[in-house]
Ligand binder design. Structure first.
Ligand SMILES: Nc1ncnc2c1ncn2[C@@H]1O[C@H](COP(=O)(O)OP(=O)(O)O)[C@@H](O)[C@H]1O
Ligand SMILES: N[C@@H](CCOP(=O)(O)O)C(=O)O
Length: 326
């Protein structure tokens, strides 16, 4: 359960009194999520999400995240909107942590991914990228290429505890990525963590995107391929090419991919696999004793990485080479 910081009734009532949102009716910790403490708050006026920022979220990045949600919501992207308190500020402190309230989005994240989910995701991601194109704050991706070697070094001595080949695989892969990582692809604001548990559907319609706390400026095609890794592999580790084709082609209908982007997809996919393999590995090895949060399995991403290491070109992702560029 992702509640790292417990909020007492007195602290909560004092916090809520700073907003014009009525009186507290209930406030329950949310079991899902791994990064922050989230509570579902009901007041006499409405339902809200209260987030206390923990772990990887740096306080100085919060204006970027909260401003982005505001910017996107104003452009019709279905995402939470930060609430400003009566003093006009959205970012506050609660129990010694930075904290904010956002609107509650209806919907459920899909437990069993179907190709139509991937198609809607592709369209929504392209719309997100378009809507973010005039957002004027900048945040570099702190979990991209430059961070992979230091993150690996933090885990190197114990990576073999998770898998006997993991140390060698990561050492070779980080070398490969440092030499070959593409640098001139179209850049923009990326969500960078658009996993199924961050995308809500009502029935068959995508109804909301949440969890903007890894958002950053990076190659737009990297964001797309983070989604492909997260949505298009089955539980047994096999790649579902139909889902990938639906995702990539729905995206490209809204934002055509250049030939350079298409050529780069396999290496972007390797980098995106390493990015989640490393944070999961760190969390797996440094899981606090007795914590309620269940760490995610790093080996899922070792399987995904192995698949992309064997890929020659985008034909493996269900695309005709060169078919999607504008
Ligand atoms: N705006 C929102 N509307 C509805 N539910 C939300 C909202 N934000 C978060 N949640 C709920 O909280 C859970 C954890 O949120 P998330 O932002 O993914 O946490 P974390 O950043 O800790 O991973 C989500 O799976 C969802 O159930
Ligand atoms: N999506 C990441 C973990 C981050 O968790 P989230 O609940 O913030 O999406 C992963 O799967 O490793």
């Amino acid at each position: 359960m992702a509640v790292y910081t417990e909020v007492s009734d007195e602290d909560l009532v004092e916090f809520i009194a700073q907003y014009d949102i009525g009186e507290v009716v209930s406030c329950k910790g949310i079991a899902e999520g791994v990064e922050n403490s989230n509570y579902l708050l009901h007041t006499t006026k409405s339902a809200y999400i209260l987030t206390l920022y923990e772990k990887r979220v740096r306080e100085e990045d919060l204006p970027f995240f909260l401003g982005l949600m505001e910017h996107l919501a104003n452009k019709g992207i279905p995402c939470p909107q930060p609430l400003t308190a009566m003093d006009g500020k959205a970012l506050r402190q609660l129990c010694g942590r930075p904290a904010a309230l956002t609107t509650f989005l209806e919907g459920m994240w899909p437990r069993k991914i179907q190709p139509f989910h991937c198609e809607q995701l592709g369209r929504a991601l392209a719309n997100f990228h378009r809507a973010g194109s005039d957002y004027d704050l900048f945040r570099a991706n702190s979990l991209s290429l430059d961070s992979w070697r230091p993150q690996f070094e933090q885990c190197r001595a114990r990576a073999h505890e998770v898998h006997p080949q993991l140390t060698d695989t990561l050492a070779r892969e980080v070398d490969f990525l440092e030499t070959n990582w593409p640098r001139d692809l179209p850049f923009g604001v990326c969500h960078a963590d658009l996993f199924p548990d961050n995308v809500f559907f009502i029935g068959k319609e995508l109804s909301g995107l949440i969890d903007f706390y890894f958002a950053c400026n990076d190659a737009l095609a990297y964001d797309l391929i983070v989604c492909m890794n997260a949505w298009c592999f089955e539980r047994d580790g096999s790649f579902n090419v139909t889902k990938a084709r639906m995702l990539l082609s729905a995206y490209a209908k809204e934002r055509p991919l250049s030939q350079e982007e298409l050529n780069a997809l396999p290496i972007l996919a390797r980098g995106a696999a390493v990015r989640f393999l490393l944070t999961r590995l760190y969390d797996w090895l440094n899981h606090p004793e007795g914590a309620f949060v269940k760490p995610k399995d790093p080996l899922e991403y070792l399987t995904i990485l192995s698949f992309h290491q064997s890929v020659g070109d985008v034909g493996a992702y269900g695309l005709d080479k060169g078919a999607l560029h504008g």
